[in-house]
Design a protein around this ligand. Structure first.
Ligand code: GLY
Length: 465
């Protein structure tokens, strides 16, 4: 974790955003896999990490806005816990690590909340995404379980989003480092890709690298020759020459920050002409988006430009027709790219998605589009220095979607279905980097990960010898 001054400062900055009431932030608990003591890999709640830095279960942080006091609630480990888990810091010691001198037992929390409610003070909490915390908040506040989420404090959500959306210097250092781990994972996947291997061998290799440099992967590895399935977690296929392999993976740092990269490369180490033609369109959309992104520009406009590049490229290849600018605006490109250009990145891969995507990626000036494809853009708002977003255009040939659109005669003015049918079985291509919006424009985080055709083929050369 960072030094305690960082967390004191973050809580003080929260106080400048939201003036009255009592803020209750819950840590995540251990989650059982198949019996209570056999738990999933522990992941702390990201807002808890942001304000307190502690990555342990069973804690509640209270920021009392009216009293100007921060309190850490939790229970010291018993001798039974220590026998199994070794010596653990006390709650007092944990409080000191994040600059909190008031600590209390968990059992004392309900009296404090009850007291605040009796005085009609506002109790602010974030929308819980785990059922145990939903139940905990229900018991604490008396709000029915079904109503807990809708009673989350919008004022607190907006305040947290305002703070976490703009990354500070110490966060950017962490992001650069964990991006470097992501780069190493992807280079290893390229260098170890060989026909005859099973996809899981590569997935396991890069997952192990993420664990050896941090908390593990930042989301389950997506690695598949069926790259047309956007989030394909099945790794059972044998790698075959002639096919493309899509790898979407990143790592999480010990401090909780995430990286997220996608590369697509030929199993054989050499792109075919057909693969290269599609790849170059996606690469152009990726590189032009990075060249374009800057403060003051809406990310929706960068996304729209990327989808126009996709539509133009596909028109040149004869898969689309008509005016590509209009085609992208109206959503015809979405047959090939049904997702958005990117999302916020930080402590979460989809940063703060638990708080509500529209609070994070949209605002009063930029509302989410309702057009299929454009509607999937997770972040459309005006970019500001300190934002970290992914840039991940793609082209996919999804047989079921092609069948459906053709049956519905959808966008027959823009799509040459006969030509598109020639690409069934092609798979999908996505190229993704992580960028930091700076004062002047943006920069790619981490050591650049090769993505040009010749660069990728060069890295893979020795596999094919
Ligand atoms: N790269 C995985 C995701 O965006 O969900």
């Amino acid at each position: 974790m960072f030094n305690k001054e960082i967390y004191i400062d973050r809580r003080n900055r929260l106080r400048t955003q939201i003036q009255q009431g009592i803020v209750v932030l819950l840590s995540n608990n251990e989650a059982p896999m198949n019996y209570p003591s056999n738990t999933y890999h522990y992941r702390q709640d990201s807002s808890f990490i942001y304000f307190f830095g502690l990555q342990l279960p069973g804690l509640v942080g209270v920021i009392d806005l009216d009293e100007g006091k921060d309190i850490l609630f939790g229970d010291d480990y018993t001798i039974d816990d220590i026998i199994w888990m070794g010596n653990q810091p006390t709650i007092t010691e944990l409080g000191a690590m994040c600059g909190i001198s008031y600590v209390q037992k968990t059992a004392d929390l309900s009296a404090r909340i009850e007291n605040a409610l009796l005085k009609n003070r506002k109790v602010h909490f974030l929308p819980p995404y785990r059922s145990d915390n939903q139940i905990f908040l229900h018991k604490l506040t008396g709000i029915s379980i079904d109503d807990i989420k809708s009673n989350a404090s919008v004022e607190l959500i907006k305040a947290v989003v305002a703070l976490r959306n703009c990354k500070q210097a110490e966060e950017i250092i962490e992001m650069d480092k964990i991006c470097d781990t992501g780069v190493k994972m992807h280079l290893a996947a390229m260098q170890n890709c060989k026909a005859g291997k099973i996809e899981r061998q590569l997935a396991g290799l890069i997952e192990g690298m993420a664990l050896s440099e941090g908390n593990g992967v930042s989301f389950p590895v997506i690695l598949s020759q069926n790259g047309e399935t956007l989030h394909n977690h099945n790794h059972e296929q044998t790698l075959e020459n002639g096919r493309l392999l899509l790898v979407d993976a990143g790592a999480e740092s010990v401090s909780g920050y995430s990286s997220d990269y996608t590369r697509t490369f030929p199993v054989s180490g050499q792109f075919t002409t057909k693969q290269k033609e599609i790849y170059e369109i996606v690469l152009k959309a990726n590189m032009e988006s990075i060249a374009m992104a800057k403060p003051g520009l809406r990310y929706f406009d960068v996304h729209l430009n990327a989808t126009t590049i996709i539509a133009k490229g596909l028109t040149e290849l004869g898969l689309m027709k008509g005016n590509p600018v209009d085609a992208a605006k109206e959503g015809a490109h979405a047959l090939f790219m049904p997702h958005g250009l990117g999302h916020m990145l930080g402590l979460d891969v989809h940063d703060m998605e638990d708080l509500g995507e529209n609070y994070v990626g949209y605002d009063e000036y930029t509302k989410r589009s309702s057009i299929f494809g454009h509607a999937s853009l997770r972040c459309g708002r005006e970019l500001q220095p300190g934002f970290i977003v992914t840039v991940e255009p793609g082209i996919y040939f999804i047989p079921q979607l092609i069948d459906l659109w053709e049956k519905e005669n959808k966008f027959t003015n823009y799509i040459n279905y006969n030509k598109v049918r020639e690409y069934i079985g092609f798979g999908g291509i996505r190229i993704e980097d992580d960028i930091l919006i700076t004062q002047e424009g943006c920069r790619v985080l981490g050591t650049p990960l090769p993505k040009k055709v010749t660069e990728v083929e060069d890295i893979m050369t020795y596999n094919t010898k």
